[in-house]
Design a protein around this ligand. Structure first.
Ligand code: URA
Length: 185
């Protein structure tokens, strides 16, 4: 899509924050540019920085398993992050970095125009749904915001650290698939 390519080329040259100096590649986002369902994570990690593709490391591989288990094709959805560049040592994004980068995501969302946006983890949920979002309390709850159905699920890295959260993740992903089927039938 022409507009997405324009946003991507702006990101390619971006030095709106310090991460522009340390990245190997921007991680713009991948998938169906007309997706009804968009997933938004936090920021690229080491493997994503190397490849330019979101969610390809260990967390991404676990996330892929959930997509497969509930019958969502990765190529049907669009996956992006709050930040396009990797924070050093995978630290949390700084508020100033999010502020510098968020306009790109908003433009991407406008271009793709999904029906549903699912936040992967608390960082995306606090930025896109509610600053007081508590992932343990609020994961799997649905919100109508700006014409999108939105929810958040655990970040796949949290599931790697704490497998006891995996059952809740599956329940949330099953509901996402149900709503996705309803909205795309
Ligand atoms: N974690 C994220 O939040 N995003 C990625 O792309 C990879 C790991």
């Amino acid at each position: 899509m022409e507009n997405l390519e324009k946003i991507r080329s702006e990101c390619d040259n971006c030095v709106r924050c310090e991460l522009g100096k340390t990245r190997t590649n921007i991680v713009f986002g991948t998938g169906n540019e007309r997706a009804a369902l968009m997933f938004v994570g936090e920021a690229p990690g080491e493997n994503e920085d190397k490849t330019g593709i979101p969610f390809v490391g260990a967390a991404g591989q676990l996330f892929d398993k959930y997509l497969i288990s509930v019958g969502i094709k990765r190529s049907d959805v669009y996956i992006a992050n709050i930040l396009k560049c990797r924070p050093p040592h995978n630290r949390d994004p700084l508020p100033a970095e999010e502020d510098a980068c968020i306009a790109y995501l908003r433009e991407q969302v406008k271009a793709i125009s999904p029906k549903m946006i699912v936040c992967l983890g608390r960082i995306a949920a606090m930025r896109l749904i509610d600053a007081d979002f508590k992932i343990t309390r609020d994961h799997g709850k649905w919100y109508d915001k700006g014409g999108f159905q939105m929810c958040a699920v655990y970040h796949p890295s949290a599931l790697l650290r704490d497998p006891s959260k995996r059952e809740d993740m599956l329940i949330d992903m099953i509901e996402i698939k149900k709503r996705y089927d309803f909205l795309t039938k």
